[in-house]
Design a protein around this ligand. Structure first.
Ligand SMILES: [Ca+2]
Length: 210
């Protein structure tokens, strides 16, 4: 009888523990994405873990890029990255990018802010500004950005040069302020993709106000 009573008392406790563990596990899953995975997840418009060129196009349009840039960018990105993120699989003409393997798409000749696992390296982020932001401590001018890209170039890594230049040029064109400066907080928010969410909101407001 005593055993029964003690079981009856413990059961609700056990159930509570179960739900607490479940909540922790779910929280870890939802925040278990690497920073790089978060960065690209914005473009997974239907949240199925795979990005198709159409979704990348939609993502670029959503943040305010024109049709021509969005088309070119999605074509290049998918042609360049699809197979890298699908190790051991036959090439797909649909050019899907698998977010789970996005770390395999990290290219050279860049700032090194993403580590090989797609994590954020704060010291490398700070280096962008400590090394290259000479006129303003927390912003890059167009010339400083060019200097940084040149300084980051690894010999003969032409694909890396092109990738880094395209990414930074699009970012600069989209996000420079009235003085032509690319602010540090903007660059920071690119890495985890939160910038894209903000740009999408701003762009949809602008569209609705027209
Ligand atoms: Ca998708």
């Amino acid at each position: 009888m005593n055993t029964m009573n003690s079981f009856q008392i413990r059961l609700p406790l056990l159930i509570s523990f179960f739900y607490i563990f479940l909540a922790i596990a779910t929280a870890q899953n939802s925040s278990g994405l690497s920073v790089l995975q978060k960065h690209v997840s914005f473009f997974d418009r239907n949240h199925d873990g795979i990005i198709y060129p159409k979704e990348t196009f939609e993502g670029f349009r959503a943040i305010g890029c024109g049709v021509a840039l969005s088309t070119t960018a999605s074509a290049f990105i998918h042609a360049g990255l699809s197979q890298k993120t699908r190790p051991g699989k036959a090439p797909s003409p649909l050019l899907p990018i698998e977010i789970v393997n996005i770390k395999l798409s990290i290219h050279g000749s860049d700032s090194g802010v993403y580590d090989s696992e797609g994590g954020f390296v704060a010291s490398k982020f700070e280096e962008i500004f400590s090394k290259h932001a000479k006129q303003h401590p927390n912003a890059l001018t167009s010339d400083e950005l060019k200097e940084m890209l040149t300084a980051n170039r690894e010999p003969k890594d032409f694909k890396g040069w092109l990738a880094a230049e395209s990414e930074w040029k699009i970012l600069y064109d989209l996000c420079k302020d009235k003085e032509g400066l690319l602010q540090k907080d903007i660059v920071y928010s690119v890495y985890d993709g939160s910038l894209f969410e903000r740009l999408e909101k701003e762009h949809s407001k602008t569209k609705n106000n027209k």
